[in-house]
Design a protein around this ligand. Structure first.
Ligand code: 4AD
Ligand code: MG
Length: 464
């Protein structure tokens, strides 16, 4: 029987002298005067385990196959290490080659690879220092997110992935069908497709957001959150957009935009602190390799107040900046990445929450302000990334919501149940969505969103 085994992270805690077995994938092998020094890693922590094999401990034909990428198991004894930068190492007594990785063909040799090259080998990039660190951080943040909400009594709700409603009313949805594309059924006497023959008897899509369904749960369980995959069929080939990404969406009854902003700020600071407390070796690597101010910035953000400004004020700052914008700003225009970055990186030098956007550029469900022009929206903008959270107080008044659905040209009958929530037991409520990958980018300093998700989906790319 082969059983789950002590990881290298656990081996590092063994007392010197302990007999043990280590296993993992070879990072490097160095030979000196017949002694073999092999570094292995099993993904459990950033540090590699150094294994020292005395001359003659392993047959020559076996050690020749202990090359980068090979999988090995070594029996031996943990000893204090004379080498710099590691407290202990394994004095190996017997080595078993579990899986060779011929150097002529294994794509990830010892040399440093750039991130674009590594993206071509998504099935091996996981063994590199960078992606080991990225996915350990991603794992820790996932846990921190659940911990944050569970500690505060929020209910975790699983909203549907296959859906028949457009949560953002923006139409950027992937359609899901089992119809024969070569032979589509038509409505009698028309060119329109007859979806009554489709799997769900009507058009269905991959969800763009779980928000509307989360509202159903908030209006029964008070404080809820989702954490799941969402899909956007926007043709955005940027370093910040994915066609499949993960989103965390808290939704709170008896809550307004003020409370929403407060939760968002507390939430982001909690995640940052948790990651610094649990992944410091990984963060130190990112700090050293990719983003020299990473840890200082994270510490600063966790300890300072976010700036909060209304959209109108943000536009005033941008207009009077003296900058030549690629996308000109005026009241009514949506903020572009360059504007968001200016506000966070130049004006405030920290995260900024922009509120009360013009209603024309925001979704139909946002609560209208008394000025008739703006809505109770908020975007949390982060330095280096731009928008990381989008949220709002929701329109809880039936007549106003109905007007907004019509004004946005959305099919009223598709939102019957959503309107019912305003007909029966309506209450002020609010929520937001955090883009999970954008958060991981912020925490790691990685500049391309494709490098913080295991299997990125972008226009033209869906490998695996
Ligand atoms: O601003 P968005 O579109 O808001 C919503 O979907 C609301 N229903 C959320 C809510 O109020 N419950 O998206 C929320 C966040 C963005 O701020 C961004 O961080 C991320 O999701 N996001 C993306 N991340 C990666 N790739 C994309 N294509 C993204 N689109 C949005
Ligand atoms: Mg948004």
């Amino acid at each position: 029987m082969i059983r789950p085994h002590q990881t290298i992270k656990q081996l590092f805690h063994l007392a010197p002298g302990s007999e043990t077995t280590a296993q993992g994938w070879v990072k490097t092998r160095r030979d000196s005067k017949g002694v073999h020094f092999v570094q292995i890693n099993d993904g459990s922590c950033f540090a590699d385990l150094q294994i020292v094999l005395e001359a003659g401990a392993v047959a020559e034909d076996v050690i020749a196959k202990v090359t980068t990428g090979a999988c090995i198991r070594v029996k031996g004894r943990m000893v204090e290490s004379p080498a710099k930068g590691q407290a202990v190492e394994l004095r190996g007594e017997a080595l078993e080659l579990l899986g060779a990785a011929p150097p002529e063909t294994y794509p990830l040799q010892k040399k440093r690879h750039n991130l674009e090259t590594l993206r071509e080998f998504m099935h091996f990039r996981t063994r590199s220092n960078t992606f080991g660190a990225v996915f350990r951080v991603r794992n820790a943040v996932s846990y921190a997110i659940h911990k944050f909400f569970q500690e505060r009594g929020f209910l975790y709700v699983h909203t549907p992935i296959l859906t028949t409603s457009d949560a953002e009313g923006a139409g950027a949805m992937f359609q899901v069908t089992t119809l024969d594309l070569m032979n589509l059924p038509r409505v009698a006497g028309s060119a329109a497709i007859d979806f009554s023959h489709d799997f769900f008897s009507k058009p269905a899509y991959l969800t763009v957001s779980g928000q509307l369904e989360a509202e159903i749960f908030a209006l029964a369980f008070t404080n809820v959150y989702t954490f799941g995959p969402t899909f956007r069929a926007e043709n955005s080939n940027t370093p910040r957009h994915l066609a499949e990404f993960w989103m965390i969406e808290p939704e709170m009854a008896f809550c307004d935009l003020e409370g929403d902003q407060q939760l968002a700020e507390e939430f982001l600071k909690y995640i940052i602190t948790y990651t610094m407390d649990h992944c410091i070796a990984d963060l130190e690597f990112f700090n050293q390799r990719y983003e020299p101010n990473l840890i200082a910035t994270l510490e600063n953000v966790a300890g300072s107040e976010f700036a909060r400004i209304p959209y109108t004020e943000a536009v005033r700052i941008l207009e009077s900046s003296g900058r030549q914008w690629e996308f000109p700003v005026h009241w009514g225009s949506d903020l572009q990445s360059e504007h968001e970055r200016f506000l966070t990186e130049e004006t405030f030098k920290k995260p900024v929450i922009v509120t009360d956007y013009p209603k024309e550029i925001k979704a139909f469900y946002m609560r209208e302000n008394d000025d008739g022009k703006t809505v109770r929206a908020m975007d949390v903008l982060a330095p280096g990334i731009g928008e990381i959270i989008g949220g709002s107080q929701r329109e809880e008044r039936l007549d106003v919501l109905l007007d907004k659905i019509r004004a946005h040209g959305l099919p009223e009958e598709a939102y019957t149940w959503y309107l019912d929530l305003r007909r029966f037991g309506s209450v002020p409520h609010a929520g937001f969505g955090l883009g999970f990958e954008r958060m991981v980018m912020y925490l790691t300093g990685m500049k391309n969103i494709r490098d913080v998700i295991p299997f990125p989906r972008t226009p033209g790319h869906a490998e695996f």
